[in-house]
Design a protein around this ligand. Sequence first.
Ligand code: NAD
Length: 288
Amino acid sequence: MGAARIIDGKAIAAAVRREVAAGAAALQRERGLTPGLAVVLVGENPASQVYVRSKAKATREAGMLSIEHTLPAETPEAELLALIADLNRRGDVHGILVQLPLPKHIDAGKVIEAIDPAKDVDGFHPVNVGRLASGAKALAPCTPTGCLILAKSVRAELAGLEAVVIGRSNIVGKPMAQLLLGESCTVTVAHSRTRDLPGVVRRGDLVVAAVGRPEMVRGSWIKPGAIVIDVGINRVPAADGKTRLVGDVAYAEAAEVAGAITPVPGGVGPMTIACLLKNTLDAAKAKP
Ligand code: NAD
């Protein structure tokens, strides 16, 4: 049957990016300010290289300044911290993103804490984590912000819904829970030690899966009519000997039961960069 409405993350991300471009143009007109995003990559991780290139391209397409720093894998921590201090001081840089993961000899926590919280467009600095948790204005992490926009595209008012977030990472699960609490959902955070995960998921009017396990969430776990947001990006072998991407949700099964569902690819994925651009614009706007 496939009753669920398919949430078109590509189209929604494109709309966010158009809004950001319009906002950047207005800032240019009104204050002569071009929002600038600095992206720092340490090492040669191929996936990270792809992410950094697409972030830089999207930044330029939104009419913003993209500054890219690619450092060798053996860069000493002190050198990276000195670069961040420099980017913190620069007036033309409004957002700073250090691509994770970092090489093992670098303390990622220390690096994140070195970023000026006003320029922390990833929303990982403890000041922004704390602001989000206390309901203050914060730069919130990009992926869960994107998930919230997708959920609200189905239903503008989420207050009172039972929301189940699967995964408790600092990048997705925890900030997702905070954002949904901010929307007055009743939030359950499930994780690897949760008992009876299917039973917990079945309570959800809204389910966000951020686990990293291919098609773990079965259709029979989904409450009829629920909104399902699938953050997972998993590469699995395909029938033709190549590979394909699947989410954390068994899409075909879940689409039979859900009210609305994000596909993988083309769901949450495109939203992350769109929200990064949005955070950069917001950071530039907030500059006194
Ligand atoms: P992570 O590995 O940091 O966290 C995974 C979480 O899942 C953990 O909190 C763990 O407790 C939980 N978990 C593990 N096994 C479980 C189980 N059997 N039952 C219930 N919970 C379990 O991962 P992450 O960084 O949060 O990413 C999760 C997924 O989202 C990955 O597939 C990743 O590739 C994807 N991701 C996508 C985007 C995007 O832009 N779309 C961004 C970030 C992450």
